[in-house]
Design a protein around this ligand. Sequence first.
Ligand code: CA
Length: 241
Amino acid sequence: MKALMIEDDQNIVEIVSLGFKMRCPEVDIVAANNGEAGIRMAKTEDPDIIILDLGLPDISGFEVLACIRRFTKIPVLVLSVRTDEKDISKGLELGAEDYVLKPFKQTELIGRVRALLSTRGRATQESWIECGPVKCLPHRRQLLFKDSPLSVTATEFDIIRHLMENAGRGVSSKELCEVVWSDGNKALEDSLKLHIKRLRRRVEEDPENPKMLVFKAGTGYYLSRPTREVSRKYPSGQAAV
Ligand code: CA
């Protein structure tokens, strides 16, 4: 398989190439150091996944993403120092599948690339899982909150899907890291916390005092079982974001 990195920082390209060589040798890395070349290579190299930097020397990563989406649906993982919530949303709206923030851990990036590559071509026959106001169609990767589409990154989708599939049971951070990054490394737990925080902002009325996506010391994260009270709290059609 082949991953195309569109990234102007040569050090990052080298580190990532080396990381893949060691931990995920089935994926070859090819690289473009600016946006225009990246768009060209997205056509000529026929990659299985694109890892896209947002801060490029010629055109913005968002422009590159919009342009790529006009001719291919291959997964795009945005890699950026931008932590602004609006940038993540914009990337998702333009059709990126996932977002990894710099500085990133190799295991996090490689785990996400693996997950995106393995998602492709999965069976699509399945039914909705419901958990209070949240509904999920796992293999189609659709998520609804009070019947409206909920825009989350692929990482966040994998987290909430696993919690929904295990609703009412505590899931340890280690288990979630293994599901999301195929790696239970303790160092990934900080990344996990950030993603959980973002998910809470999507589904909790008060993200600082979560009622749905809760954590209990010694047990782990869990989604409380669906109750009528949960859905009544929110007037229909109004998202608590
Ligand atoms: Ca850059």
